[in-house]
Design a protein around this ligand. Structure first.
Ligand SMILES: [Zn+2]
Length: 218
């Protein structure tokens, strides 16, 4: 077996959390603010279905675009850190280790990786610490900043906002919060996720709320 029970549980939790994210995303409610400009793109075209983002009203298109990016970044990080990186390292160890036996090169490598799988959990905790970009966030163009001073998140902030994800019910709660901005863990770490393309716009730069819009997620 490639994974131990603990690792399988972690992978399972992540998968279930993401499934809930999809459901929450599809069930989001909206408010008709057709006369108001979107806080991100500035357009009124899609404001008939406006949604809150950090308390600011944004159009349906921008809301979806931001939520999609965060979900995709999470999927990429989960796959990269818990599956692809261990797989490649196991392959490399197997190929470069001159062990004689009847195990395949990958099998030999995987046994070594299994012994140190905890390091991948540590890598996961640190993932947002490099200028606020995890690999997945970098690829989709979102990043984590300090909500107070706007500086990119560091390693300690990354640990604080990622640690709660390992407590069983939290990924499900996070899934419901994701589209509207702040999620569990961001409060403790004093962080927020921003969309690079619109980093100077009100929801991301700390400006006061333009049009009050009530959060709809529970
Ligand atoms: Zn917009």
């Amino acid at each position: 077996m490639f994974l131990g029970l603990a690792e399988l549980l972690i992978v399972l939790l992540v998968v279930v959390g993401l499934a809930f994210a999809v459901v929450a995303f599809l069930r989001r409610k909206s408010t008709d603010l057709s006369d108001t400009a979107c806080s991100l793109c500035g357009d009124k075209t899609h404001m008939a279905k406006a949604r809150p983002l950090y308390g600011h009203a944004v159009c349906r298109r921008c809301s979806n675009g931001f939520a999609n990016r965060r979900v995709l970044a999470a999927l990429l990080d989960d796959a990269l850190i818990f599956l692809i990186a261990p797989f490649l390292i196991a392959l490399a160890i197997g190929v470069f280790q001159p062990v004689i036996g009847n195990l395949s090169a990958f099998g030999r490598g995987w046994r070594k990786v299994e012994d140190v799988y905890g390091w991948f959990v540590i890598a996961y905790l640190l993932k947002d610490g490099l200028l606020g970009y995890s690999p997945g966030k970098f690829l989709v163009g979102v990043r984590v900043i300090n909500a107070v001073n706007g500086e990119p998140a560091g390693i300690w902030s990354s640990v604080k906002r990622t640690l709660p994800l390992f407590i069983p019910p939290i990924p499900l709660i996070v899934a419901l919060q994701l589209a509207e901005g702040t999620r569990t863990g961001d409060g403790w770490a004093k962080t927020k996720v921003i969309w690079d393309r619109f980093s100077d716009r009100a929801p991301f730069n700390g400006q006061l709320v333009n049009v009050p819009i009530e959060p709809v997620a529970q």
